[in-house]
Design a protein around this ligand. Structure first.
Ligand SMILES: Nc1ncnc2c1ncn2[C@@H]1O[C@H](COP(=O)(O)OP(=O)(O)OP(=O)(O)O)[C@@H](O)[C@H]1O
Length: 313
């Protein structure tokens, strides 16, 4: 069952096509990853999916609500964990949670119960009386998440919630996401960390320059690069053109891309065996090579293969 539906959605900002026309659906209860480098359009998509911005064209529905017409309803079922910390630093965690709960018109008795449950979830009960200004970056992020969950939303948008924090807090965030999944929440998670997308998400949309370049179950995406990728650097562009013609004939190579002196090869057999065959073929043609790099199949290599770029510069 589709829960969030984007149909032909495009967004232009200051004459720039930030989101190209795209359509996809997110299922109820799934953890859906938006993976892409800086500037790919992840935050803009979340902002439109939470009805904070409208698309320039196309339609977005969240639950049964249309973002162009039912902003209030959408805000009541969505919890947003923004990329930047949005807390009152002179107030403690309780006062921050109370304040944001009041914006949702929650009852006093419900607020107390919910706060206790959430502080336990984010593992900060023992620090909840201290002002936020005394918290580490990771602790602030965890309270930021608790704030987004105060009104018990069905859907949780998390915009790069682990950027720039210590590994301990990062692990605590992963643990709390597992708890939210177990509660059946629908989670949309943006990241440019491919390990996170692989470990946390049921399905992933890979975004680049406002376009979905691939969307599938995480394990299916990994199959795109089969056993792995071999990247060869030849001594000249001429040599790489010649190598391209030679190597694309090899049975063990399912795809071959050439970019200047570099060749990117997707191989279908064990990478080491493929390299032996590649070397033999290049030697036979006396084609000189400068460097060879092996890349394991992961979402980083899928992204590299699909876009010719790395996720992080
Ligand atoms: N208000 C704005 N006016 C003009 N361009 C904008 C505006 N907001 C965002 N953009 C541009 O839209 C593109 C997508 O930005 P967005 O923040 O959605 O990307 P992102 O994938 O979330 O990146 P990051 O990981 O850095 O947050 C970028 O090129 C950005 O410069």
């Amino acid at each position: 069952m589709s829960y969030i539906e984007l149909t032909d959605v495009a967004k232009t900002m200051k004459d720039k096509n930030v989101i190209q026309e795209l359509s996809f659906r997110i299922r109820e209860g799934e953890t859906f990853g938006l993976l892409g480098p800086n500037g790919a359009g992840k935050t803009t998509l979340l902002s439109m999916m939470s009805a904070n911005q409208l698309p320039t064209s196309g339609r977005i529905t969240v639950g049964q609500y249309d973002t162009a017409m039912d902003q209030k309803k959408i805000k009541s079922i969505v919890g947003i964990v923004p990329q930047d910390i949005s807390l009152y630093s002179s107030l403690n965690a309780y006062d921050n949670l109370r304040f944001f709960a009041s914006l949702y018109g929650m009852k006093k008795r419900d607020i107390q119960k919910r706060m206790e449950w959430l502080l336990d979830l984010v593992q900060l009960t023992d620090r909840a009386h201290e002002p936020i200004s005394q918290y580490s970056g990771g602790m602030k992020r965890r309270i930021n998440i608790a704030v987004a969950l105060m009104h018990d939303p069905h859907i949780v948008y998390m915009d790069e919630p682990t950027v720039g924090i210590d590994p301990q807090s990062r692990n605590k965030i992963y643990e709390l996401i597992e708890e939210l999944k177990a509660l059946g929440k629908t989670i949309i998670y943006t990241t440019h960390y491919m390990e996170e997308a692989t470990n946390l998400c049921d399905r992933v949309a890979i975004l680049d320059q406002g376009e979905v370049v691939a969307l599938n179950e995480t394990m299916e995406l990994l199959k795109i690069v089969q056993s792995g990728i071999v990247e060869l650097t030849m001594t000249s562009e001429n040599a790489s053109e010649m190598a391209f013609k030679t190597l694309k004939q090899l049975m063990c190579i399912t795809s071959c891309q050439v970019n200047g002196k570099k060749l990117t090869l997707v191989v279908s057999i064990k990478v080491q065996d493929a390299i032996s065959k590649i070397m033999a073929a290049l030697n036979q043609q006396s084609l000189p090579m400068e460097d060879v790099k092996i890349m394991q199949p992961n979402l980083e290599t899928v992204f590299l293969y699909l876009t010719g770029k790395t996720l992080r510069d």
